[in-house]
Design a binder for this molecule. Structure first.
Ligand SMILES: NC(=O)C1=CN([C@@H]2O[C@H](COP(=O)(O)OP(=O)(O)OC[C@H]3O[C@@H](n4cnc5c(N)ncnc54)[C@H](OP(=O)(O)O)[C@@H]3O)[C@@H](O)[C@H]2O)[C@@H](O)CC1
Ligand SMILES: Nc1ncnc2c1ncn2[C@@H]1O[C@H](COP(=O)(O)OP(=O)(O)O)[C@@H](O)[C@H]1O
Ligand SMILES: [K+]
Length: 496
């Protein structure tokens, strides 16, 4: 399990550790790790062109010391100072090692721009966990110039401009190829928009672990998911493995039904019971003969569908009166329910649907969450963590918020950030598949929190495998490809 922390938590741990070490030891450790990573990224250290962007704080100090270490190995190092002051020790050491120094406020702007653009490596030491609010000038201009850098951009601890505690980005921010982060992973490195500025995340241990608290955000690794996934034993039968009921689709939206059932079937449900109107039932029967189907008359509830251990409610079911009655019937059951898509629209309109004893998992994208909370989706995308937590608290349910970062929030537990997935998932119907996967896991007896976070992981993994990435050779995926790739994704997960 990967644990992530706020800036305040990191600072408190640093204080404890620093009190036990000679002055400057921690920064030396950080700079040593940073210099080693940078050396590995340079085509050749000797003669390599390195630019150090240094803010006025300790983040700049790390970068200056690391720059000095590279200069001692023969790199041509230029520091550009963004603050009115710079870290004294680091600056002195860089100068002694032969590094050149310019000040962003008074130096030759064209020359500095040229240095950044043409460097083999740019170290971003503008601001780390001490960064607050939108980057001011000249920090913002330097961060913007990093985008034009032809060499590799290495963020020191945190890409400058990214809020280390939340992943929020209020203005300009550095887009790094690599982020070397010290002591522990910061929450903002896992959650978009911050996460998409990080590049390859390279944690470097400086000994903070014993002083870190319980994390507020965690991420499951493949081994964590493998250890949690249901597997049939010798005594298993289809009922014990978990029967999932799916209420999805309508005469207008038949595909959502096929995809949701597909997610549940391919993720390993013991049995899928599917209930809807005649047209989606015909489509599901044709595509997934494994499913047991029931045609519902308009306005009819789930009374005749048979016993299930969990329901998935919503994809493509419509939002009219009959759909509302059907949603009430499903949410009136005494088993866990996943509410997705149209089901969420119904719940946003009539919150009383959520008054129930059994657990409920909502799986909104940011637009749907916006409707639930009465907040524009843009605000949710800018501050995902805050809104995921708020939704879980306000609605007293487990919430899986979809999008470029998927988060699972439940009151009293750390938020789980998902590390798998690919932007290729941004295509119609993939959310329906996800709801089906989570349904299979929930029916197998997992809690909403575990089912949601494991489903997100497996879904993201299947999508990546279907897309064929990372890097060259990727191709678009269709939602059904994700469902079909699920067994391969599940097979690839091994308990560590
Ligand atoms: N403590 C330790 O032992 C260790 C600490 N470590 C390192 O220290 C880092 C934390 O250092 P820190 O606390 O000095 O803060 P830091 O991230 O440099 O930011 C402050 C600077 O940024 C500037 N600035 C801020 N916001 C800004 C804005 N919006 N726009 C523009 N400028 C802005 C701010 O400017 P000012 O407000 O002073 O004008 C100030 O100059 C941490 O991330 C890690 O790298 C490691 O070496 C491990 C050991
Ligand atoms: N930019 C992105 N990067 C990674 N994953 C994404 C991105 N955009 C969407 N996704 C994922 O794609 C899926 C889309 O689900 P959803 O919005 O419900 O679509 P639909 O309703 O068409 O099924 C979710 O799992 C979401 O997390
Ligand atoms: K930085």
């Amino acid at each position: 399990m990967l644990s992530a922390y706020t800036s305040d938590e990191i600072r408190a741990a640093e204080r404890e550790l620093m009190a036990r070490l000679p002055d400057g030891t921690l920064m030396r450790r950080a700079a040593t790790g940073l210099a080693a990573t940078c050396a590995g990224l340079l085509p050749r250290v000797y003669g390599g062109r390195v630019v150090v962007l240094a803010g006025g704080g300790d983040n700049g100090g790390d970068a200056l010391y690391a720059g000095a270490a590279l200069a001692r190995r023969g790199a041509r190092v230029h520091a550009i100072l963004a603050g009115r002051t710079a870290h004294e020790g680091g600056l002195g050491e860089l100068r002694r090692a032969g590094g050149r120094v310019a000040e962003a406020r008074s130096g030759d702007a064209v020359l500095m721009e040229d240095l950044i653009v043409r460097a083999d490596l740019v170290m971003d030491g503008l601001a780390g966990i001490g960064g607050a609010g939108p980057l001011r000038e000249p920090y913002a201009t330097l961060a913007r110039l990093c985008r034009r850098a032809e060499g590799v951009v290495v963020a020191v601890d945190v890409p400058s401009g990214v809020d280390a505690s939340t992943g929020e980005v209020a203005g300009e921010a550095v887009r790094a190829d690599v982020t070397v982060t010290f002591g522990a992973v910061k929450i903002g490195l896992l959650i978009d928009p911050g996460a998409s500025h990080v590049g390859a995340l390279t944690p470097f241990d400086i000994g903070l672990r014993p002083w870190l608290p319980e994390p507020g955000v965690v991420a499951l690794t493949g081994a964590d998911v493998a250890a949690r996934l249901p597997r049939p034993g010798p005594e298993s039968d289809k009922y014990r493995r978990g029967v999932v009921g799916v209420v999805a689709g309508s005469d207008r939206f038949t595909g959502a039904a096929v995809l949701t059932v597909g997610g549940a079937v391919r993720a390993g449900a013991g049995l899928v019971r599917f209930a809807s109107s005649a047209e989606p039932v015909a489509r599901v029967r044709a595509r997934w003969p494994e499913a047991v189907t029931t045609v519902l008359a308009p306005g009819e509830g789930i009374g005749e569908v048979g016993r299930v251990q969990a329901w998935v409610l919503g994809p493509g079911m419509g939002t009219g009166e009959d759909a509302h009655a059907l949603a009430r019937s499903v949410l009136g059951s005494d088993v866990p329910v996943i509410v997705d898509a149209d089901g969420l629209t119904l719940v946003a309109r009539d919150r009383s649907l959520l008054r129930r004893e059994a657990p409920t998992l909502l799986t909104p994208h940011t637009g749907e969450l916006g409707r639930l909370l009465g907040v524009p989706s843009g605000e949710i995308e800018a501050a995902r963590l805050r809104h995921a937590r708020r939704a879980a608290e306000e609605l007293s349910v487990t919430v899986l918020v979809k999008g470029s970062t998927t988060l699972v929030a439940e009151e009293g537990r750390p938020v789980r950030a998902n590390l798998t997935g690919t932007p290729w998932l941004a295509t119609g119907g993939t959310g329906d598949v996800l709801a089906g996967i989570a349904g299979a896991f929930l029916a197998a007896g997992m809690t909403c929190y575990e089912a949601a976070s494991c489903a997100a992981h497996v879904h993201g993994l299947a999508a990546r495998m279907a897309a064929g990435g990372p890097g060259e050779g990727e191709a678009p995926v269709a939602a059904l490809d994700v469902a079909l790739e699920l067994p391969a994704a599940l097979r690839s997960l091994t308990v560590g």
